[in-house]
Design a protein around this ligand. Sequence first.
Ligand SMILES: Cc1cc2nc3c(=O)[nH]c(=O)nc-3n(C[C@H](O)[C@H](O)[C@H](O)COP(=O)(O)O)c2cc1C
Ligand code: SF4
Ligand code: SF4
Length: 625
Amino acid sequence: MFIKTYADLEAYEEIFKKSLSKQRIKVLVCGGTGCVAGGSIDIYNELTRLVNENGNLASVDLVKEDEGISVKKSGCHGFCEAGPLVRIEPYNYLYLRVKTEDCKDIFDETIVKGKPVERLMHHENGRLYKTQEDIPFYHKQTRLVLENCGHMDAENIQECIGRGGYKSLIQIFSSMQPKDVCKTIQDSGLRGRGGGGYPVGKKWSQVLSQANPVKYVVCNGDEGDPGAFMDRSIMEGDPHKIIEGMIIAGYAAGAHTGYIYVRAEYPLAVERLKTAIEQAEKYGLLGKNILSSGFDFDLHINKGAGAFVCGEGSALTASIEGERGMPRVKPPRTVEHGLFSCPTVLNNVETFANVPFIISKGVDEYRKYGTKNSPGTKAFALTGNVVNTGLIEVPMGTTLREVVFDIGGGIPDGKRFKAVQIGGPSGGCLTFDESHLDMSLSFDSLKKAGAMIGSGGLVVMNEDTCMVEVARFFMSFTQRESCGKCIPCREGTKRMLEILEKIISGRGTLEDLELLKEIADTVKHTALCGLGKTAANPVLSTLEYFYDEYRSHVVDKICPSKQCKKLMTIEIDSNLCRGCSKCARNCPVNAISGKIKETFTIDAKKCIKCGACIESCAFKAIKEV
Ligand SMILES: Cc1cc2nc3c(=O)[nH]c(=O)nc-3n(C[C@H](O)[C@H](O)[C@H](O)COP(=O)(O)O)c2cc1C
Ligand code: SF4
Ligand code: SF4
């Protein structure tokens, strides 16, 4: 099928929409990486088999109207904590932690009789939530970018077109000049979702104004932050939205070639993008003279090898060119001297995925979401010590309290909320302090608090988390990932890591804290690229908000959260010990001795604090103090 004109695209949209509405029941099995790892492909196969053998399996070709039952592999539904997930429309039932053995019940009860299988549904505080939209995790979200993720077959371009996909191309080709598109994006206030929050329309205008006739559009799908998976989910769940956004960017900036840079550790995202590009080419939505507009645009995928620094713009373009991924000095900036030394629009996956909405619904509609200076929504990967982990999307300006408690369901096991690490290794830690909890999440508010939205990784931590260890963890990551080109980052991250390791092993001093701060400030102000400039953020924010915890480590030699093993002593409570000798038999370094039926003792000099004895004691007589 080749769609030649605007009228054809509109006609096909109607055909596919109608065909979708005719499908009596839609079974959407989550085909995102998390659920696939949990066995969702087997579930998909089993449900397909059951429907095929006992009912009327709808055709995947939407040109044929079909009143059958469709079984689809969708993108991520978001509620990853409870995967594998299966959504059934038109009832909007969401089944959680589904196993292959549950498929028969789902088929017999829901698909045949329309009845819910309650045992597979979400229960919270004694209440049963039948529909996905009622579940508190979803209730406070606003899904614009993720609207299709979990709601359509991620591998079928007809579904995408039937849901309005690629329609914004008609608008830009038929009634907008490139500069009008740049202005619309500028007026929308869209800011880059990859970390920096740079105004997108301004970037596109800067590329448009360059004299060089060869320009490029690059989509940054490197997503190297530990704990982040927003971009992966969009690439897997709605690849056409990214392609559509990139075509619009190409038209606006005068570029005819685009690259999507995806890390090779995202094989499913690469596969779905490949399929989507092939389909878009086949349908005439990529390539020469798209929809007879006279505009040509080709798209390529480039796989990255997984270095965090390759997410930095100039390192990324070097990597696409086949060079070692190392940042370079700026200026010149990417808008002037980007890929193959040509002017380049480089934007993040989620940034491009915002664009079709802005073009098709308009600036005013877009600005209804978010804040004045940070309009729209933001996707976050909510992880850590929170009841509901997963992929969420909320309007900018939503408070941390709403994210952690209303959507995330609070802290599990009755523990106290302690902090949130936001923005990955470049971000910072916010505290349980009311001023942070009620702070609205936006580019500017977070920057003021010493953190950053970053790409959207949001790790919740409970009272058992040691903040010095958190700073050490992120520093060990950035130190490993530093490309080594500039001295402040290469040496500074190493020295900071050494000091943090010294502190958690009980050898730190107050002077070390001063030195740590001094190095952190120096690296921040002198490193060449964003990796080094922001590497100290977790250290600086924890020093600012959790200084007492650092002090306890260096002055009192105590880890208040009881996480730093080297600051612990392990003791046997003589009141509880029965003298059974099990701990002594389990101790790998023979640090425990005693006589049967008498209290055993631990030789602190030999003890390596592995905790094996604590695990082994049936009488809970051994404790870390
Ligand atoms: C070390 C480092 C890693 C980065 N990683 C990413 C990434 O994985 N994805 C991304 O979109 N931006 C990343 N960025 C930001 C990019 O350099 C660039 O600013 C961004 O892709 C521009 O897109 P945006 O304006 O749409 O956010 C990284 C920056 C640095 C310094
Ligand atoms: S700041 Fe770090 S990652 Fe960036 S160029 Fe310097 S050494 Fe490389
Ligand atoms: S395992 Fe527990 S009860 Fe047995 S000797 Fe060790 S501390 Fe005492």
